[in-house]
Structures are given as structure tokens and as C-alpha cells.
Design a protein around this ligand. Structure first.
Ligand SMILES: [Mg+2]
Length: 326
């Protein structure tokens, strides 16, 4: 399948745009071969994740191409962060709509270059094709972690604390801002458009957390997956959910937004389970990673369900547990 290897015809034609993203990284072979050749460092496992973003589904066709590129890369890096992996590179498969001009494509490449530099990861290969359909960006990201040490979803144990990094709900509220449903709030819109993969914290959680994942489809749904995989129930204390100033302000004005915060997507924060004995070490890890971590609940034996409780310990129900984009 020569068309699907590290570098096919059209990718070569726009190599001017993409080759600099691979420069200085031997494994990429200057994007000039059929495939990349990668050898993990001794004592390490390769961690591989793939995510596709489609215009009209995951972002607006009118969003700036550079930001779309950065988001596509970052959602993949968020998955690596959740596995405790250190990113080592990525592959790009791009379906370019016939009406996407060279200027937009150059802006897209610039966005990728910027974040590739920031996160110090090269483009290792890819493919482009034109499409009569919407812009589609499929990225496969590679990371490494100590052998056998990848953080998984299925390791939570009864009595573990449930932790969340950063703040919850900004991405989902930012989407409401983007759609004009909520009043303009720059901080929320920025969080929706440009997630912050929690790479430093994720790597520090290896050996501390029993289980971890990133929250991309809403806390309710994603925690439900962790419960199902671990065979445990979880209780979340709503009063302990970490909110940004902008989200707290929006919630104070409209209490019904709590459901959006709990069930909305696009958080890209880390959700993890760890024993109470690890609390001090996690607090130190959070400080050194410059990423806050908050205890929001606990795991217990029982049906693999998520229970939300308010400050008076009353169960709260939400109409929708998770979120399926727009
Ligand atoms: Mg994920």
C-alpha cells in the first residue's frame, strides 16, 4: 500500500511545507522514505494513539487553520499524557477539501510547526489526499514509557481517591461561547480551541496513580468508562469540582450550566485514581508540573456507576452523562 506509507506523492509535493516539521529527527528520514523506522529506547514501551478531527463535527469549518492544526495535535498529546508517556513524534493523514487554498494549508502547517517546536516532537510521516468532503485531520502520536508502566484505565482499586487535573467545563462552556449561546468569555473560548495536554503531570503520575485517562467526552461519560474497566463504582463530590474563574462566573449566573460542566466535552484534563497514601506525593507532583490536581471523589466496590453528590451528600442526576460533540 505505497499510497499509505510515510510519504506519498502529494505529501512530497507539499514537502516544502511539512519537511521542516521533521528536520533534525533521524527517524523521519526527511519524510523521504516509504515508512519511518523507530526503535524505542531500551527498557521502554511505545505508546501509540490516534485521533481524527473532522470539520463540522469537532471544529467549525471557519476556525483558523493554524488553531485547528494545534488542537488536532494536542488532543493526541493529551492521550499520551494520560498514559504517562513522553511524546516522541507523530504522523499526519490529511484530507484536504478541494476549496482549501494554499494559504490555508500553509497556515495549517505553521500551526503544527509551532506546537511541534513547543512540545519538542517531530512529524515522522504522513499522507495527504484531496477530498470532496470536509477537512479531516487524522493524527497518530507516539510516546514512550518505562516498560510495563503505562497508566491504564483498568487499575483503580476500592478506596482509591479520584483526582482531576486543572479545571472542568471550560471547553464545553467555550463551545457555547463559540456558538453564541453564552456571552463572550475569552478564557473559555481559548480553552475550547486550544487544549493544554497535561504531559508533565502525566509523566509524574507513573508509579503514583493506579489508573488514568484524559477527559475528552465529559467527566460523567469518561469516568463511567474508567469504572467499567476497573469494575468499581465512583462517587464525585460536585462541590469539589475545580472551576476556573470564568466557569464559576458563568455557573453563578446560570446554575443549569452545571450539567454542561459535568457532561460537556473538550476538557482534556487528567482523571486518575490513586491510593490515599499517595496524596502528599501527588500534591508535590502537581506543584512541580505546574498543574493543579484536585481530589473530587473516590472509588468503591459496587456496580460500575458514577454517582454525583451535592454538598449535603444528596445524589444528583443529570439528563445526559456525556457528550457527543456537535
Ligand atoms: Mg482519551
Amino acid at each position: 500500500m505505497a499510497r499509505r506509507t510515510a510519504m506519498s506523492g502529494e505529501f512530497a509535493a507539499i514537502g516544502k511545507l511539512f519537511r521542516p516539521l521533521a528536520q533534525g529527527h533521524k527517524a523521519a528520514l526527511d519524510l523521504g522514505d516509504d515508512a519511518a523506522c523507530i526503535r524505542p529506547r531500551p527498557g521502554h514501551d511505545l505508546v501509540v494513539t490516534a485521533d481524527a478531527l473532522v470539520a463540522g463535527v469537532h471544529f467549525f469549518a471557519t476556525d483558523p487553520p493554524a488553531e485547528v492544526a494545534r488542537k488536532a495535535l494536542r488532543v493526541n498529546l493529551s492521550d499520551l499524557a494520560a498514559k504517562g508517556a513522553k511524546p516522541i513524534g507523530y504522523f499526519l493523514a490529511l484530507a484536504r477539501p478541494t476549496d482549501m487554498d494554499d494559504r490555508a494549508l500553509a497556515a495549517f502547517a505553521r500551526g503544527l510547526a509551532r506546537d511541534g517546536e513547543f512540545f519538542e516532537i517531530p512529524l515522522l510521516g504522513g499522507d495527504t489526499t484531496s477530498t470532496p468532503g470536509p477537512l479531516t485531520i487524522a493524527i497518530t502520536a507516539l510516546g514512550e514509557v518505562g516498560q510495563g508502566r503505562m497508566l491504564r484505565r483498568d487499575g483503580a482499586r476500592p478506596g482509591d481517591d479520584l483526582w482531576l487535573s486543572g479545571t472542568l467545563g471550560d471547553g464545553a462552556l467555550g463551545l457555547l461561547v463559540a456558538r453564541g449561546v453564552l456571552a463572550r468569555a475569552k478564557a473559555l473560548l481559548a480553552r475550547y480551541r486550544l487544549p493544554q495536554p497535561r504531559l508533565a503531570l502525566g509523566q509524574k503520575l507513573v508509579g503514583l496513580a493506579h489508573a488514568a485517562m484524559d477527559v475528552s467526552d465529559g467527566l460523567g461519560a469518561d469516568l463511567g468508562h474508567m469504572c467499567a474497566r476497573s469494575g468499581l463504582g465512583a462517587t464525585v463530590a460536585l462541590a469539589q469540582l475545580p472551576l476556573s474563574r470564568a466557569a464559576a462566573k458563568a455557573l453563578a449566573a446560570e446554575p443549569g450550566l452545571l450539567e454542561t460542566i459535568v457532561a460537556g466535552g473538550d476538557d482534556y484534563e487528567l482523571l486518575f485514581a490513586a491510593p490515599p497514601a499517595a496524596r502528599a506525593a501527588i500534591a508535590r507532583a502537581a506543584v512541580s508540573a505546574k498543574t493543579p490536581a484536585t481530589r473530587i471523589g473516590a472509588f468503591a466496590k459496587g456496580a460500575p456507576e458514577v454517582r454525583f453528590v451535592d454538598a449535603a451528600a444528596r445524589s444528583q442526576r443529570f439528563a445526559r452523562a456525556g457528550f457527543t460533540h456537535f
